[in-house]
Design a protein around this ligand. Sequence first.
Ligand SMILES: N[C@@H](CCC[C@H](N)C(=O)O)C(=O)O
Length: 288
Amino acid sequence: MTETAGTGSTSALPFSKMHGAGNDFVVLDLRGDRDAPQPDLCRAIAHRHHGVGCDQILTIEAPRTAAAIASYRIWNADGSSSQQCGNGARCVAAWLVREGSAPAAGEFQLDSPIGAHTVQRLGDGRYRVNMGVPEFEPARIPMVGFDAARDPYVLPVRGSIMPVGAVSMGNPHALIEVDDIDTAELDLAGPGLQDHPAFPESVNVGFAQILGRDRIRLRVYERGVGETLACGSGACAAVAILARRGLVDRDVKVSLPGGDLQISWPTDDQPMVMTGAAAFVFEGEWNA
Ligand SMILES: N[C@@H](CCC[C@H](N)C(=O)O)C(=O)O
């Protein structure tokens, strides 16, 4: 048997490859005696050429609260951890429904790194996730150098001055509104904002193009990954910032390069709700 580095186990590691709107995951069931993967192992699994390839690794673990079916954690492709992953939450829910440990109809609860939240499989097979209430206070994002929330923050980024929206969805997000996301300079502004001293824990950077009051296009340069085909928390962040600016309504279709998400936010102090698909791609076993 092969030693599986960092999991605390000597056996091969079974996994499911999944995606939500093209944001792809390797899902590991750690409810037995396995430890969470170390950063080296995350990087090896996530590698697009030498590994399985994924944006994030999702580890399903024992529930931490009585009402939850399971808990999960999120590991970016670079081995760093995150507090929130909207597309990942749908995939974890679908994985548990397929296994039979979560109901195929009706709400159930999962423990995420930022606390318990509800999910539900809908009649059309999509999943609805309670994504929590967006937090605009700089200290909660976290952002340094600002005592109170502003919109936009005007930040110097790699030689340009940029108007930037910022919010926490449990994880930090920045947003730049553009005329056309196809020509947005993700590779410049993305890393520029991620390294910016205003964001001490780095940041996921969204580029949003408004198509109408109920429809936007979005690309996201994610923390710990680079550009992904979709980011669920990024879609919520974009709608939260644009709705607060009065530019979109409270129920918005967000079109990302890998697929669409529906985001609703009834009022400022209520949780955002994300609806989208979750897909199985293949099953495998990690032996390296
Ligand atoms: N793709 C995810 C977010 C994953 C975590 C993010 N890269 C971070 O470091 O906060 C989503 O669907 O929300």
